[in-house]
Design a protein around this ligand. Structure first.
Ligand SMILES: Cc1cc2nc3c(=O)[nH]c(=O)nc-3n(C[C@H](O)[C@H](O)[C@H](O)COP(=O)(O)O)c2cc1C
Length: 339
C-alpha cells in the first residue's frame, strides 16, 4: 500500500507522516483538532479547519489559532529533531484564506539535548484534570517556563499575588456560570465531550478528570457529561496550584499564533520537568471577563490562555484523527483562485 503522505522538504513520506502526527498531538479546545495540512515538495502548509470551529465557545477563533500555533510548534520541533531548520512564514497571503503558516526548509541543524527532550515530550504531554500533589514548583523550574515563553516572543505571567489570585478566581467562577447559562455553549460541550472513547476527536470520559465539587477553589469544566466519579475524602485539589497566564504584547492573529507556540513550548518544557498541566480558560472565552482580566493584569499585555501546573499522577491520552484525514489536496492554491 502506498503512503497517502507525499515526501516533502527532502524527507521521506514516512518521516513526513511522523512530523504531521507530532503536530496533531497538540492540545485544542474540546480536542476539536482544528488543523489541516497541505504537503508539497518544497513546503508544508498549516491551515485552520473551518469545519471544526466552536462558535459558541470560541466565536472569534482565537483559541483555534492558539491550538494551531501549538501544532506549528510541534511541527517545528519534529522537523528540527530530523535535522531540518524550519523557516516559517505566519499568515502567508498566497496559500488560501485558511492558511495560518507555511514551513520551508531553512537549512540543516544539529538537534541539541534540549530540543531532543522537547521532541520526546510531544507524545507524553496530556492535559491532566486530576488533583495535583501539594508540592510547590521550584523557582528554577518556573524560570525555565518563563524562558520557554520568551523564546516564542510571548510573556508568561505567574499569578503569585494574593489579591490578583482571588480576583482571578472570582472571574473564573463568573465566566464559568455565564457559559453554563448559555444553551449553545452547553450543546457544544455535550457534542464534544463525555463519549466512551469510540471517536477520533473530542474528550472521552476517561480524560475528563473527577466530577466538580462545591468545595473546589478553581471551578473546572465537566468534560464527562455528568458521568465522572466523585472523589473520595482526602482527594481534593491542591491548595495552591501554580497558575500561569500566557500573554502576548499585542493583539490579533499573529499574536495568537505566537502565543499558541509559546503555550506549547511551556507545556512541553513542563513535561520534561515531570510537571502536569490543565487549562482554566473560561475568563478568556467570555468577552466581558476577558476585558476584566486585561484590567487585572494591566501593563499592556493580552492574556491568551491560563494554565494550572503541578505534580500530577499519570493520565490517559485523548484520541487523534489519523494523519491521512488531516491532508488537503496537494494542488497549490492559485492566488485569488477558488479554494
Ligand atoms: C486554547 C485551549 C483552551 C482549553 N481550555 C480548556 C478548559 O477550559 N478546560 C479544560 O479542562 N481543558 C481545556 N483545554 C484542553 C483540551 O480539552 C485538550 O487539549 C484536549 O482535550 C486534547 O487533550 P490533550 O491536551 O490531553 O492532548 C484547552 C486547550 C486549549 C488548546
Amino acid at each position: 500500500m502506498t503512503s497517502p503522505v507525499p515526501s516533502s522538504l527532502g524527507l521521506t513520506p514516512v518521516e513526513v507522516a511522523a512530523v504531521l502526527e507530532a503536530a496533531a498531538m497538540a492540545p485544542s479546545v474540546h480536542n476539536s483538532q482544528p488543523w489541516r495540512f497541505r504537503v508539497l515538495a518544497d513546503r508544508i502548509e498549516l491551515h485552520a479547519d473551518p469545519a471544526r470551529r466552536l462558535p459558541a465557545t470560541d466565536p472569534d477563533d482565537k483559541e483555534l489559532r492558539l491550538a494551531c500555533g501549538a501544532a506549528l510548534a510541534n511541527l517545528r520541533i519534529a522537523l528540527e529533531a530530523l535535522g531540518i531548520r524550519p523557516m516559517v512564514t505566519l499568515l502567508p497571503r498566497d496559500c488560501g484564506p485558511d492558511a495560518l503558516a507555511v514551513v520551508r526548509r531553512g537549512g540543516h541543524t544539529t538537534p541539541n539535548t534540549q530540543l531532543t527532550e522537547l521532541r520526546r515530550a510531544i507524545p507524553v504531554r496530556h492535559t491532566n484534570r486530576k488533583p495535583f500533589q501539594d508540592k510547590p514548583v521550584p523557582a528554577t523550574r518556573l524560570g525555565h517556563l518563563v524562558r520557554a515563553a520568551q523564546t516564542e516572543r510571548s510573556w508568561l505571567h505567574p499569578i503569585t499575588d494574593r489579591v490578583e489570585r482571588s480576583r482571578l478566581r472570582s472571574l473564573v467562577v463568573r465566566a464559568h456560570q455565564l457559559q453554563l447559562a448559555n444553551a449553545r455553549f452547553r450543546a457544544e460541550l455535550e457534542q464534544w465531550s463525555g463519549h466512551p472513547g469510540d471517536r477520533t476527536d473530542g474528550v472521552p470520559t476517561r480524560s475528563a478528570g473527577p466530577a466538580p465539587e462545591a468545595q473546589d477553589e478553581w471551578v473546572l469544566r465537566d468534560y464527562s457529561g455528568g458521568q465522572a466519579r466523585h472523589r473520595v475524602p482526602g482527594k481534593d485539589f491542591e491548595g495552591e496550584p501554580l497558575l500561569l497566564v500566557i500573554c502576548s504584547y499585542y493583539e490579533g492573529k499573529f499574536a495568537e499564533l505566537h502565543a499558541g507556540q509559546a503555550m506549547q513550548r511551556v507545556l512541553l518544557t513542563a513535561t520534561t520537568h515531570g510537571l502536569s498541566a490543565s487549562f482554566i480558560t473560561q475568563p478568556i472565552e467570555v468577552p466581558a471577563c476577558r476585558e476584566e482580566l486585561r484590567r487585572l493584569l494591566g501593563a499592556g499585555i493580552t492574556a491568551q490562555t491560563i494554565l494550572r501546573l503541578g505534580y500530577g499522577s499519570p493520565v490517559a491520552s485523548t484520541p487523534r484523527r489519523p494523519v491521512a484525514d488531516l491532508l488537503i489536496d496537494t494542488v497549490p492554491a492559485l492566488p485569488g483562485g477558488p479554494q
